[in-house]
Design a binder for this molecule. Structure first.
Ligand SMILES: [Cu+2]
Length: 170
């Protein structure tokens, strides 16, 4: 699988978010909502409000292949997504028991489950069906978590998430 690589830095929490560059890379291959970077509610508006979330199949496991929890990493980090019990499909493609990956960077609480996952520097969509990426982090400690979502970027019910891991950039 080809990694989406982008040398933009992830802003530290509390600093002004400069989203356009990062989102632009994450949006390569985006098939569902090409204007979401500028209009974060576009996908929400397109999704019927009453549509029930898709039930998470039993026995699904979402996890990091790399990096490992607690790992000391360089500023450039290759992140590989692991998924068992479901498949990966691009955003906008509705196939049973599939979803696409989202990487949550320094996110404390999961986003609201009743609307599409936001698209910003802390919630990165892999709508092309990517299973790995390369990110650049600032020195310090960061958390990473994976969140699988459906064709409309909605979390499953219950949410399919990985353990939250911590990495330290020296
Ligand atoms: Cu998405």
């Amino acid at each position: 699988m080809i990694a989406v690589s982008n040398p933009k830095e992830i802003p530290m929490p509390g600093t002004a978010l400069r989203l356009a560059g990062l989102f632009g890379a994450a949006a390569l291959g985006w098939s569902g909502a090409p204007v979401m970077a500028d209009e974060p509610h576009a996908a929400h508006a397109a999704a019927p409000a009453a549509a029930p979330r898709i039930k998470a199949p039993a026995g699904v496991e979402l996890y990091f292949i790399a990096p490992k929890d607690g790992e000391k990493v360089g500023r450039e980090v290759v992140v590989k997504f692991g998924l068992r019990g479901m498949g990966v499909a691009p955003a906008g493609v509705t196939v049973d028991k599939t979803g696409h990956h989202h990487l949550l960077i320094d996110v404390d609480a999961l986003p609201p489950a009743d609307q599409p996952i936001p698209a910003d520097a802390h919630h990165v969509h892999f709508g092309g069906g990517q299973t790995e990426t390369r990110i650049t982090l600032t020195p310090g400690t960061h958390t990473l978590q994976l969140n699988l979502a459906d064709a409309l970027h909605r979390q499953f019910d219950p949410p399919i998430v990985s353990s939250k891991i911590t990495v330290t950039v020296e």
